[in-house]
Design a protein around this ligand. Structure first.
Ligand SMILES: [Zn+2]
Length: 475
């Protein structure tokens, strides 16, 4: 790369509260258009906002998850702009006094500084495609609580930007702040990007790409915008500071509007909402309520359970899968066998079927029962895979499936010992060869044993009994 890329992100995350941030309407995704609105979130005159305290707690958790300083005093401001998805013509946000500042998130060896996290309300949604020359407004999303996470311009490549969004999304999921479903818009990313000569310390003129809603789009938009800006500089032309829209179909950016400065928004303190005051006791209570974070879970899996680092990372990276693993080992704590069954067999089936852990037809306790059957030697490894297939396709209980399909192995050692004695008596020549030092007849005798005992016998026990019988001095 000829130029150095300088990237900062603004990540909008919808918080998982039941109701909206300033009224009692549901904050759930979806719903028929304009059915989840009330006079307050549709901006009718004379209504007053009431702050949802659940949103405050979640914003503090986001701050803790991203290593921020949490401020005992924060306050709301009005950001004024006229746009059809914003019926009040102003957005309530935090400008001068955000709730969290000065965080840090590591991606690999690199630390990315978090400038601030503030609380704000989401806007509605405009639908442009249903009728020609007509845009429709859906206000269901108006007033859904958001946090905006603003990073310092510490990122230097599209890959770093992707890694940071993944890491932040994972931490927000663990903290219970946001479900981070980018395809539903519950996590969206604006990218600020400029380029400069390597070694230069001054920033170049930046552009802002709005509302990217997948990791792939973030990478593609950054790569496209780098090339566009580099071509301009190579041709001796300036980069113009502006806000851009990324077109997913064409993979290109196009200007939305010239970039506003803060003073364009005429920010002023929101007069209808008192400031947020957090006491030490409030903060301590929220801190105590923080769920286990990915780094702690990784440590538990590797240090306490002895899982290989790669397996532990794979589990932790998928919170739903990792929660499922925890639920299984809570019933039957065979840490490694459970991890291996989930990461190999179960994950393969989920990927093939294109489904998720949430859609499984069986409970964690069923998988625990299956691993127990396998670990105690009641079923073979192959039978375990077959039972998992049945569970996956139709559900059921492993014990019943094993019973019904004849997977339960005969662990009656006495019967196997009797069979060994019979086989040895019937094959004196092979026995003499084995005792004379020929190991290869062992396989032949094993075969005879298996034939006699059928597939329900445990091969490990057969092998052991046969070896013992052969080692025993002749009567
Ligand atoms: Zn409402």
């Amino acid at each position: 790369m000829k130029y150095e890329t300088v990237i900062g992100l603004e990540i909008h995350a919808e918080m998982l509260t039941h109701s909206k941030v300033f009224c009692g309407c549901t904050a759930e995704f979806g719903g028929e258009e304009n059915t989840r609105v009330c006079p307050r979130c549709s901006g009718l005159p004379g209504t007053l906002p009431v702050l949802n305290q659940g949103a405050v707690r979640l914003a503090v958790k986001a701050g803790l998850a991203l290593g921020c300083e949490i401020h005992p005093y924060s306050a709301f401001d009005r950001k004024n702009y006229f746009y059809p998805d914003l019926p009040k013509a102003y957005q309530i946000t935090q400008f001068a006094h955000p709730i969290c500042t000065d965080g840090a998130v590591d991606i690999g060896e690199k630390t990315v500084r978090i400038n601030r996290i503030h609380i704000e309300e989401d806007a509605g949604k405009l639908v442009h495609d249903d009728y020609e020359n007509v845009s429709l407004a859906d206000y269901n999303r108006c007033g859904v609580p958001l946090i905006e996470i603003v990073t310092e311009p510490d990122l230097r490549s599209a890959e770093e930007a992707r890694a940071l969004v993944e890491e932040i999304a994972l931490r927000l999921k663990y903290a219970g702040v946001c479900d981070a479903r980018m395809e539903q818009g519950s996590l969206r990313c604006d990218v600020n990007i400029s380029i400069r000569q390597p070694g230069e310390t001054k920033f170049g003129t930046r552009t802002e790409i709005k509302n990217l809603n997948s990791l792939k789009s973030i990478v593609r938009a950054i790569e496209y915008e780098y090339t566009r800006q580099a071509d301009l500089l190579d041709a001796g032309r300036p980069v113009i500071q502006q806000t851009l829209h990324f077109n997913e179909n064409h993979g290109t950016t196009k200007p939305l509007r010239s970039k506003e400065e803060a003073h364009d928004y005429r920010y002023f303190p929101e007069p209808d909402i008192p400031p947020i005051l957090l006491s030490d006791a409030d903060l301590a209570a929220i801190r105590d309520d923080m769920p286990e974070m990915p780094a702690d879970r990784l440590r538990r899996y590797t240090a306490d359970y002895g899982l290989p680092e790669a397996d532990a990372r794979q589990l932790v990276a998928d919170k739903a899968l990792s929660d499922f693993y925890d639920a299984v080992i809570a019933v039957y704590p065979a840490y490694k066998p459970v991890a291996s069954l989930i990461l190999v067999e179960l994950l393969r089936r989920l990927n093939d079927a294109g489904s998720t852990v949430g859609e499984l037809r069986f409970a964690p306790a069923d998988l625990a029962a299956l691993v127990r059957l396998s670990e105690t030697g009641e079923i073979s490894k192959n039978a375990a895979k077959e039972i998992l297939r049945t569970l996956f396709e139709a559900g059921g209980h492993p014990d019943e499936i094993a019973e019904a399909n004849g997977y339960l192995m005969n662990n009656d050692t006495a019967a196997v010992e009797a069979a060994a004695a019979e086989i040895l008596a019937a094959n004196p020549k092979a026995v003499a060869e084995y005792r004379g030092g020929s190991q290869k007849v062992f396989g032949f005798l094993m075969g005879q044993m298996c034939k006699k005992l059928g597939k329900s016998a445990n091969p490990q026990i057969i092998r052991q009994c046969l070896a013992e019988a052969l080692e025993r001095p002749e009567a």
